[in-house]
Design a protein around this ligand. Structure first.
Ligand code: ZN
Ligand code: ZN
Length: 148
């Protein structure tokens, strides 16, 4: 399985996507000439789940579905609208709506989990999930929020 490390340049916000293994130990934003080191960590290539972030050395992560919930909702609403326009308000459209809802739920269930570092917000995709990590916790998140 291909693994991806995804983060954003702190200057321009450009997305930087690395895939591996192996992962380069240095990646850079060409636009800003900033180097972003990625520490060689056994979790990057082996079967061990992440414990320390190879980018910031942070030890707190959260996991979430690799899915944009808002986008999914928008697609479902559009599909529902389409069903309504084609069938009108009949039992057929009701069946169509149920099918969309079911598909949405199914899709959400089979989506893979991604691990995200609280501190540097780097996304780790395709890595084994550490059972110690759980869903986003507002209190933990607050700890890492940068004062603006
Ligand atoms: Zn940049
Ligand atoms: Zn990190």
């Amino acid at each position: 399985m291909v693994r991806e490390i995804n983060f954003y340049c702190r200057e321009c916000g450009n997305g930087i996507l690395l895939s591996g293994p192996p992962f380069p130990e240095m990646s850079r934003c060409e636009k800003c000439n900033i180097d972003y080191p990625v520490k060689a960590d056994p979790a990057l290539s082996g079967g061990r789940p992440l414990e320390n972030c190879p980018r910031c050395d942070g030890s707190e992560f959260y996991v979430q579905k690799d899915f944009n919930r808002n986008l999914g909702l928008a697609v479902a609403i559009l599909a529902a609208l389409g069903v309504y326009l084609v069938f009108g308000l009949t039992w057929k459209s009701l069946v169509g709506l149920l099918a969309i809802a079911g598909l949405d739920a199914l899709l959400y269930r089979i989506l893979p989990l991604i691990t995200i570092c609280y501190r540097c917000k780097t996304i780790y995709r395709g890595f084994p999930i550490n059972p110690a990590h759980s869903a986003f916790d507002l209190h933990v998140g607050e700890k890492y929020r940068k004062p603006s």
